[in-house]
Design a binder for this molecule. Structure first.
Ligand code: ARG
Length: 280
């Protein structure tokens, strides 16, 4: 009798345990479904906005020693700090190569990606984007000593033209400088060094970025070569697909910052900051 009682008791315990287990599962999955559809709530609840960036892109995001400490600064940084302030959360940066930034967003390792990202039609298939906040044209950068050599698209035939790995500049080289030899490099400052040393002949960058590096390298200049800049190359903040509430909130803040000239102020301030710096 005792033996049977024991078996029944064990059976009952197993049933109770299973019931508990499945009950727990239910709440857990319905909660994660909720956070998936409302990133804004999740970020506010966490109190932190995790930002993926590639801090090699003065004046938008770059490293600088501030009071003996290495910090990520730039116009994008000022912009996201302002957004976070409005949302009432802190900012946490994850610095990585540009070619990894959108993957990190897709994998949910960061909440948003802010890195001078062009909201191209192709990227819009995978991500949501905020409204555009900046739109610099595409430029060819060369060494001053080659000013007379590289004066047209044709003159770059067979020449080595650099572009950042994973950036739209790779497409610009392939599509508009088709006869050139593309050299993809992970970090923009390394491309600038290569151009300086002559291991590449030219480099495609957006104007504001090129200007910031030219200001620090008196041997470099923009070539007098016209590239076509497409409409969908303007910078926007990348968000996970379906971030409706988050996008609405960010757009509201960005609308104000672009309209009253704050973004332009951030850019000008950080061009100065980049030129003061020797630590990039
Ligand atoms: N606007 C270009 C793109 O989206 C280049 C961006 C590179 N950004 C950076 N932080 N390195 O492809």
């Amino acid at each position: 009798m005792k033996k049977y009682f024991g078996i029944i008791l064990t059976a009952m315990m197993v049933i109770t345990l299973t019931a508990c287990g499945s009950g727990e599962k239910k709440t857990a999955s319905s909660e994660s479904a909720k956070t998936e559809t409302n990133q804004l709530e999740a970020i506010k609840k966490a109190g932190v906005l995790k930002v993926g960036t590639s801090a090699d892109f003065a004046p938008f995001e770059f490293h600088k020693m501030v009071d003996g400490k290495d910090e990520i600064v730039g116009a994008d940084v000022d912009m996201v700090n302002k957004i976070a302030e409005e949302l009432g959360v802190k900012v946490e940066f994850m610095d990585m190569e540009f070619s990894a930034v959108l993957t990190a967003l897709q994998q949910g390792k960061v909440d948003v990606a802010i890195s001078g990202i062009s909201a191209t039609e192709e990227r819009q298939q995978t991500f949501d984007f905020s409204m555009n906040y900046y739109n610099p044209p595409q430029k060819v950068m060369i060494n001053k000593k080659n000013a007379d050599l590289y004066t047209s698209i044709d003159s770059l035939k067979q020449k080595k033209v650099g572009a950042q790995k994973g950036s739209i500049q790779e497409n610009v080289v392939k599509e508009q400088l088709g006869d050139a030899q593309i050299v993809s490099v992970a970090k923009v400052p390394n491309l600038v060094i290569e151009l300086n040393q002559g291991s590449i002949d030219a480099l495609v960058v957006e104007e504001t970025i090129g200007a910031a590096y030219i200001a620090q390298n008196e041997d470099l200049m923009f070539a007098d070569i016209d590239l076509v800049s497409n409409e969908d190359e303007a910078y926007a903040i990348a968000l996970p697909k379906g971030s409706t509430e988050l996008k609405t909130e960010i757009d509201k803040i960005l609308e104000g910052l672009t309209k009253d000239g704050t973004i332009e102020e951030y850019v000008q301030k950080n061009i100065k900051l980049a030129n003061e710096s020797t630590d990039q």
